[in-house]
Design a protein around this ligand. Structure first.
Ligand code: HGY
Ligand code: MN
Ligand code: MN
Length: 398
């Protein structure tokens, strides 16, 4: 049934596209040369597995079984510094299950690698457009941190596009993924059956002050854009204290200063503001505090303030029957070594939950590390995970 050697060989082959040269890390951002080459390779593997390969206008790569089928997969693009398993594991596991079940006459399995799940241009943009959550025209206007638009980026693989895929052909979606957190690794368990995925909000905030000489401009006269970010961050941490829970997270992960020079008071700061929680109303309250705090900082320091488009996804529960099949399969494959758990990371499954039943399963991340070159998982856990995925698909077939 599952061929562990073939499965691990494919995982290691995919890792070579954009290998960072540091550990098993990868640098494979959406629409980059390595990402496009990886997608072409995936399409070949899908064809070799007897599936019909289809690449849509966003660069999502599908391997289609004939007739109705369950869809398995994830994404194969990475963070600017990514791990070899984030997304890639779910795509290769899907391919392996599709092959194994095809060899025994079914059930039918289709495979997908979504594009730009890591949000070089937004938030899970490939599956957001495919699922109708984000309009193609609006997506095309999104820019990366270097200012390139998604339209310009996806044009690089326009020659590979072979057409759209109708979601109605799929009976459901299951995504296998690394946990990207410490829970399973710390407990010594092998499998996480996901109960729900958090919601997220993400936007760029810009402070515009006055570029000036770092030596001759008295501190009291400065309209320093970085000082505004610093004051905003300190005030925000204080004001969120009685709104958040220990599971709520918020991150300023990217800051660009202009002109970014040691002897110049920065006149402009553009930074990413991202927050996540399991409750939509808490996400909204946090948004109100973020906007209010930024406005106060700008006003008291005499700077201009602007907000970029707010991108986001609502928290979502996993489908009960898919989740039950994963739990039964986990109990068979890893008795006593599995648990139900929430996902603090975002996944394409959130977008697909608007169209079909979805569920997810996790395998451990060693030391809970992800979105870093050190990301890794023990081989026996990878193999247990793909066996659970296949068993769940069998349990779900009539
Ligand atoms: O950020 C996330 O949760 C996902 O890994 N892109
Ligand atoms: Mn991922
Ligand atoms: Mn990721």
């Amino acid at each position: 049934m599952i061929d562990p050697t073939r499965f691990l060989d494919d995982l290691n082959r995919l890792r070579c596209f954009g290998a960072s040269g540091v550990g098993k890390g990868v640098i494979r951002p959406a629409y980059g040369a390595a990402d496009i080459a990886a997608r072409q390779w995936l399409a070949e593997q899908m064809r070799a597995a007897g599936l019909r390969a289809r690449i849509d206008a966003m660069g999502n790569v599908f391997g289609l079984a004939d007739g109705p089928s369950i869809l398995l997969g994830s994404h194969s693009d990475s963070q600017p510094e990514g791990g070899w398993l984030d997304g890639a594991l779910g795509v290769i596991a899907a391919l392996e299950v599709a092959r194994a079940l095809r060899a025994v006459g079914g059930p039918a399995v289709s495979v997908v690698s979504f594009q730009d799940e890591e949000g070089r241009f937004g938030v899970t943009t490939g599956s957001a457009v495919w699922s109708g959550h984000l309009d193609q025209g609006a997506a095309d206007k999104l820019t990366d941190h270097a200012g390139q638009t998604l339209a310009e980026a996806r044009a690089k693989m326009a020659d590979l596009v072979t057409g759209g895929v109708d979601p109605a052909r799929f009976t459901g979606f299951i995504e296998m993924h690394i946990e990207q957190g410490p829970t399973l690794d710390a407990s010594g368990e092998q499998i996480g059956v996901v109960t729900d995925i958090v919601g997220i909000r993400d936007m760029k905030i810009t402070f515009d002050g006055q570029q000036n000489h770092a030596g001759t401009t008295p501190m009291a006269l400065r309209r320093d854009a970085f000082q505004a970010v610093s004051a905003f961050n300190t005030a925000l941490n204080e004001r969120l204290r009685n709104v958040v829970t220990p599971q709520t997270v918020w991150t300023i992960g990217h800051v660009s200063l202009h002109p970014n020079a040691s002897s110049i008071v920065p006149g402009r700061a553009v930074f990413s503001m991202q927050w996540r929680d399991a409750q939509s109303d808490r996400l909204q309250r946090m948004e109100d505090i973020i906007r209010q705090t930024a406005q106060e900082v700008a006003a008291t320091r005499g700077l201009e303030l602007s907000f970029g488009p707010l991108l986001g996804l609502e928290p979502v529960e996993m489908d009960a029957s898919l989740k039950a099949a994963l739990a039964e399969a986990a109990a068979e494959v890893a008795p006593g070594k599995w648990r139900h758990m929430p996902s603090g990371a975002l996944h394409d499954a959130t977008n697909l939950s608007r169209l079909m039943p979805v569920a997810m399963l996790f395998v451990p991340s060693i030391r809970g590390i992800s979105h870093a070159f050190e990301e890794d998982t023990h081989e026996e856990d990878l193999i247990a995970g793909v066996q659970v995925l296949m068993r769940a698909v069998q349990l779900l077939s009539p």
